[in-house]
Write a protein that binds this ligand. Structure first.
Ligand code: AMP
Length: 280
């Protein structure tokens, strides 16, 4: 296997915190997360990938970044090989229905109402760089830095597998960077064996499709999970109460992982079809 490098991008913007305007005349400047991206690439892909990431940072609907950091790093070891999660889209027409479907799927995986509500409440605030680690029963947050969260990083996909995936997604009109990157990310998160499910709602005001990912159901897209124009969003990784936090974070952030095995893609299915096919 050819040597791979980790390429990461982070774009931020400095803004005046609204609270400090009221309390004191001194303005407090905070850094807002605008955009981030990462992947494993061959040396020959460095320039095109860095350009693509910079363009993304410069044209993000969340605003104009004033700081863009690109990190290019040798991963120094052979990546662990994993399989993609199978993809399907759940029929959903409104945000209320979207939250209900997400809640329903997560509860069927043993995640409590309390933990789910915690995740959605966090999504209202937005502006995290990474995901929150939430315990499945009590809804406790475990990540050491709650403002930053945990980032799934050092992840990529084999070129031939990506080609096949693009072809299959094309049939359903969802062959986009957003879908492919999120699917690779979710596949790494679930491959940890420590995350029961991931809930994602993009904080991009123009992108209203979220997803629930899990070993049992695969990657289930949920269209219209939020209203267009809303900057709500975030990611939650649900783990067992006794989860080994350090081990999970080391895997998600440090372990290089490459998708080398494909999975099937389906079109739009109903919530009942999903449950029906797993209860047989
Ligand atoms: P996005 O899908 O890029 O709009 O991201 C939505 C939210 O997911 C972000 O605001 C972050 O909180 C979180 N997020 C983005 N990228 C990652 C990542 N690589 N690992 C963990 N969480 C992430």
């Amino acid at each position: 296997m050819e040597e791979l490098l980790s390429i990461r991008m982070r774009a931020t913007k400095k803004v005046q915190s609204p609270k400090s305007k009221v309390k004191s005349k001194k303005s407090k400047i905070t850094e807002v997360h605008i955009s981030g991206a990462e992947g494993l690439y061959r040396r020959s892909e460095i320039l095109t990938t860095a350009k693509r990431y910079i363009e993304r940072a410069l044209n993000h609907p969340k605003g104009r970044a004033d700081r863009i950091v690109i990190t290019i790093e040798d991963i120094g070891r052979k990546p662990q090989e994993i399989q993609l999660l199978p993809v399907a889209t759940v029929r959903c027409d409104t945000p209320a229905e979207g939250e209900e479907i997400a809640g329903f799927l997560l509860q069927s995986l043993g995640i409590s109402k309390r933990a789910i509500e915690r995740a959605f409440a966090l999504f209202k605030c937005g502006n995290m760089r990474g995901a929150s680690l939430i315990t499945a029963k009590q809804g406790r947050r475990l990540e050491p830095d709650p403002e930053r969260g945990v980032r799934a990083s050092r992840l990529g996909i084999d070129t031939a597998i990506l080609k096949g995936l693009s072809f299959r997604l094309q049939r359903f009109g969802i062959n986009t960077e957003i879908v492919k990157e999120a699917l690779i990310l979710a596949s790494k998160v679930i491959s940890s064996g420590q995350v029961i499910a991931e809930l994602c709602m993009s904080d991009d005001p123009d992108y209203t499709t979220g997803y629930v990912a899990s070993r049992r159901y695969g990657y289930l897209r949920i269209p219209h999970i939020k209203h267009k124009g809303s900057s709500r969003g975030g990611r939650a990784f649900f783990v067992n109460e006794g989860a080994q936090v350090k081990r999970i974070i080391t895997y998600l952030e440090q372990m290089p992982v490459l998708v080398t095995k494909a999975a099937h893609c389906r079109g739009i299915i109903s919530k009942d079809e999903i449950l029906g096919s797993y209860n047989k």
